[in-house]
Design a protein around this ligand. Structure first.
Ligand code: MD5
Ligand code: FE
Length: 203
């Protein structure tokens, strides 16, 4: 069943399970054109999560700050197109959570190896503040931290597994969140990786 985590936030358990193999194939195709890389934060830290993007614009981090760019700073070329499998899944998930006509222009793909983590943060580099963010978890499970609108709100924890989709909209769109260090393990479809795909409407 679909679980409401907070106003606007819906956990759709297993929503992407039946298309996971296709999604992972398309992640590999994206990464052939725009390889995964470890971005450096404006504060000088190299992220343990490796990232790439597809769609009209992609999220990048540089010394001067975070931004969305239409070209990949690594290759100097446009980001690969959003695969049809991605667009279809994102739209169906958003609709299921009560956000019809979701038309993402950015897709960030995060790759975790055991030990990779994402410290507590807010996503606020997007100009469109009404659209939700749709996130798809594939491969190894992870413990997701979901807090409040203040960094000091004690976060709840949810285990996200292969095929789980979360739609973050409404007041949850700007909640603090993070991912605890991924535990070592093996998944038949990804080996020792966790892949998270997020769909966003930036402009
Ligand atoms: C992940 N990625 O599992 C997560 C999934 C990121 C990121 O956090 O910024 O790439 S997206 C989780 C998310 C997005 C927007 C709002 C909320 C969670 N939230 O309200 O908790 O790699
Ligand atoms: Fe985030």
């Amino acid at each position: 069943g679909n679980e409401q985590l907070a106003p606007g936030a819906w956990l759709l358990r297993g929503f992407a399970r039946d298309v996971a193999t296709i999604l992972l194939r398309d992640v590999a195709s994206v990464a052939e054109i725009a390889p995964f890389r470890h971005l450096v934060t404006p504060g000088g830290y190299t992220m343990s999560v490796a990232m790439t993007n597809c769609g009209r614009v992609g999220w990048t981090s540089e010394a001067r700050g975070y931004r969305y760019a239409s070209t990949d700073p690594g290759t100097g070329r446009q980001w690969p197109d959003l695969p049809d499998s991605f667009a279809d899944l994102a739209r169906r998930a958003a609709e299921t959570a009560g956000f019809p006509d979701f038309d993402p222009d950015a897709c960030l793909i995060n790759r975790y190896v055991p030990g990779s983590r994402l410290s507590l943060h807010q996503d606020r580099d997007e100009n469109d503040r009404t659209a939700p963010i749709v996130s798809v978890s594939l491969g190894l499970p992870a413990v997701f931290q979901f807090g409040g609108l203040s960094r000091t709100d004690r976060p709840a924890r949810y285990r996200l597994e292969h095929g789980d989709v979360v739609v973050w909209g409404g007041p949850s769109r700007f909640a603090y969140h993070g991912v605890l260090p991924v535990a070592d393990g093996y998944h038949p479809e990804t080996g020792n990786l966790r892949i998270n795909i997020t769909f966003r409407k930036v402009f």
